[in-house]
Design a protein around this ligand. Structure first.
Ligand SMILES: Cc1cc2nc3c(=O)[nH]c(=O)nc-3n(C[C@H](O)[C@H](O)[C@H](O)COP(=O)(O)O)c2cc1C
Length: 279
């Protein structure tokens, strides 16, 4: 499968700036090429997704592994124009939410397991942080599996965590009951753009062997900033009025500026108000 090998190597070189050895006899090379070349899509054709296709993809996503087989992740589909429009109105800086024919919300459902205890007349001494954490992890795995399934079917996706900026309103709009919270939304549609591979930190930084080793983070980030800027320079500098214009504006500068502003300070209070105990 020489094409798949080449595609994987090309994509991973763009991603990590490194040439990886790929054994052409490995099974599943086309799948690996799909993963290596994956990219977010934010432009969509004006074309619907059939209910059968959507259900199929959700079933594949919900086939993801689940902690203790507890099955604490749900998907909520939003197709209705008015409801999708209401979500899009909350996020005017993200027009792709309005453009996508389907909007999904991946839910951490910490409600079902205590309900099972009640239905079976058993105590439930597990109403603490782990309930929230397990349900959130399950929902994130389902989200990632949906992405894979959708891309295999030729669809494009953009996860939307910004819905958590408006978590209370979103919960109300979607009638989320106690102990059910949105982990992220997702735009799904037929892609209207190629998109591009987003370079990642090198494996020296993010892949550890046997023991955690931070290495020379500053040098690694400098290298990454340069490699990334050569391939995908930022068009705008964030908060230039506050931080000034940087001569070189790289990924680390952008992320430092992004997180110099409080983000979702009220999220803990929202999660608690939804009935989760976080201790
Ligand atoms: C959990 C999660 C939440 C995200 N939330 C948003 C979002 O609110 N808006 C958006 O435009 N992109 C969002 N993204 C997409 C990321 O910005 C994107 O994955 C990242 O820039 C890397 O690009 P890539 O996916 O093409 O590699 C999110 C991605 C993930 C995994």
């Amino acid at each position: 499968m020489p094409d798949a090998v080449e595609n994987i190597q090309r994509a991973l070189f763009e991603r990590f700036g490194e040439r990886f050895a790929v054994d052409g006899r490995l099974p599943g090379l086309d799948d690996l090429a799909g993963l290596a070349g994956r990219r977010v899509r934010r432009r969509f054709l004006n074309r619907d997704i059939s209910e059968d296709v959507l259900r199929l993809l959700c079933a594949c996503a919900l086939s993801a592994p689940s902690k203790s087989d507890l099955q604490q992740a749900d998907i909520l589909t939003v197709r209705d124009n008015e409801r999708r429009g209401a979500i899009a109105d909350m996020l005017p800086e993200m027009p792709w939410v309005r453009e996508a024919p389907v909007f999904l919300v991946f839910l951490a459902n910490g409600r079902r397991t205590p309900r099972l205890a009640a239905l079976r007349g058993k105590p439930f001494p597990n109403d603490h942080l782990d309930l929230f954490f397990n349900a959130t992890v399950d929902a994130a795995i389902v989200l990632a599996t949906f992405l894979r399934a959708a891309e295999a079917a030729g669809l494009g996706c953009c996860p939307i965590s910004v819905i958590r900026d408006r978590a209370r309103e979103v919960s109300e709009l979607l009638s989320l009951p106690e102990k059910v919270v949105p982990v992220a939304g997702m735009c799904v549609g037929w892609p209207a753009e190629e998109g591009g591979i987003s370079p990642r930190l090198p494996l020296t930084t993010t892949l550890h062997s046997e023991r955690f080793d931070e290495g020379d983070l500053a040098a690694q980030v400098d290298d990454y900033d340069r490699r990334r800027a050569a391939a995908r320079p930022y068009r705008n500098q964030r908060d230039a009025a506050r931080f000034g214009r940087a001569e070189f504006y790289g990924w680390s500068e952008d992320k430092a500026r992004q997180y110099a502003v409080p983000q979702r300070e009220g999220f803990g209070a929202y999660v608690r108000a939804q009935g989760f105990h976080l201790d």
